[in-house]
Design a protein around this ligand. Sequence first.
Ligand SMILES: C[S@@+](CC[C@H](N)C(=O)[O-])C[C@H]1O[C@@H](n2cnc3c(N)ncnc32)[C@H](O)[C@@H]1O
Length: 189
Amino acid sequence: MGQARLRVLVACEYSGVVRDAFARLGHYAMSCDLLPAEVPGSHYQGDVRDVLDYPWDLMVAHPPCTHLSVSGARHFADKRMDGRQQAAVSFFMMLAKTDIPMVAIENPVCIMSSLWKKPDQVIQPWQFGHGETKATCLWLKGLSLLKPENIVDGRESRIHKMPPSPDRWKERSRTYSGIAAAMANQWGG
Ligand SMILES: C[S@@+](CC[C@H](N)C(=O)[O-])C[C@H]1O[C@@H](n2cnc3c(N)ncnc32)[C@H](O)[C@@H]1O
């Protein structure tokens, strides 16, 4: 018997990396971002709230981490004072509380661990074919822990070595293809 075709929302994704990993396996996958899609495919350019109540089976969400990540902790006092952090937390929690039966929320090490709950797992790109380090937290609902698929040598922190540029944040936040493939294989299989 063939596998069920899932309706998959990839929230806060402009790259199409996770969307296309699910689409390649025959699922209906749509990305959504305020930005246009980097590569052609099913994409809603706009606020994720506009499409959240569609009957999705599975959502992978990458909410913005700028005001949550511990790497920006030195600015937390200002961000709390003017409400930017509260707004970012509220957006994260909106995604966490949807009725979608299977949900994965991805973020770097961030304040949600203490403010809400610890992530279900912390994964690294080197567990999925990329010889790099970047601790990535996953909060999961209705999904199994993601199993490493291709552990490789190399523990380079490429992200920290990137030179300043207007697109640096995009390069830093783009999902690794090996992690996207594992999500599709294991959660959409
Ligand atoms: C950390 S980046 C995630 C990028 C993702 N990993 C990828 O490969 O494309 C967060 C993204 O959230 C998007 N975003 C912020 N607010 C949003 C909203 N209300 N609705 C949809 N997307 C939003 C931003 O434009 C940004 O591209």
